[in-house]
Design a protein around this ligand. Sequence first.
Ligand SMILES: CC(C)(COP(=O)(O)OP(=O)(O)OC[C@H]1O[C@@H](n2cnc3c(N)ncnc32)[C@H](O)[C@@H]1OP(=O)(O)O)[C@@H](O)C(=O)NCCC(=O)NCCS
Length: 184
Amino acid sequence: MPSDWLTGPRVALREYGEGDLDAVLRYAADPEVTRYLPWGPDSPEEAAAFLARVVAQANLRPRTQYEVAVVLRASGELIGAARLGLAPAQGRRGDIGYVVRRDMWRQGVATEAARLLLGFGFAVLGLHRIEATCDPDNVASRRVLEKLGMQFEGRLRDDLPMRDGWRDSLLFSILEGEWRARQP
Ligand SMILES: CC(C)(COP(=O)(O)OP(=O)(O)OC[C@H]1O[C@@H](n2cnc3c(N)ncnc32)[C@H](O)[C@@H]1OP(=O)(O)O)[C@@H](O)C(=O)NCCC(=O)NCCS
């Protein structure tokens, strides 16, 4: 099993491994979890394809996608996913996303995992700006972004193709200086 990469008080982020399929299916096959997402609910084949893709991605250099597993530090149990993507241009810009298994919602997991990615993006990769988007109806995700200190910038029209048509997105961002000002 891959070792922990970034650690917070309760959760850690680690690379995915081939043995994670059952744990991935526990969130990725849940229609309640994927309701506001452009993918899923995943079949076992789709989840296996996701795993193969992110395991391969982790070995690419330069690395532009950090799609990692969120695990509980106490037990090592995989309970969700977190992602930091880097824009291809010179803009020192990234974007984040997160998913948490339903029985673990409202315990601060997504906020802690996303905070670890912001710290890595700004302090280690030297990014200047990190963005995130969410469905306008996704109250929980919006709340996570606000708790991270991300600022609402506006509404992107028809941003994503969903199962039932185009979806608007709310755009949030945080800048390097804003993130530094929030560090203890
Ligand atoms: C969005 C999601 C990742 C949040 O995960 P989480 O671990 O429960 O988030 P946290 O516990 O860190 O924080 C959630 C915040 O939203 C609030 N919240 C959660 N559900 C809510 C709801 N239905 N209505 C209002 N607020 C809600 C929580 O109370 C908490 O805020 P608080 O600390 O001020 O009380 C989780 O709901 C999820 O996996 N959803 C499906 C996937 C998804 O939408 N991902 C985001 C894509 S943009």
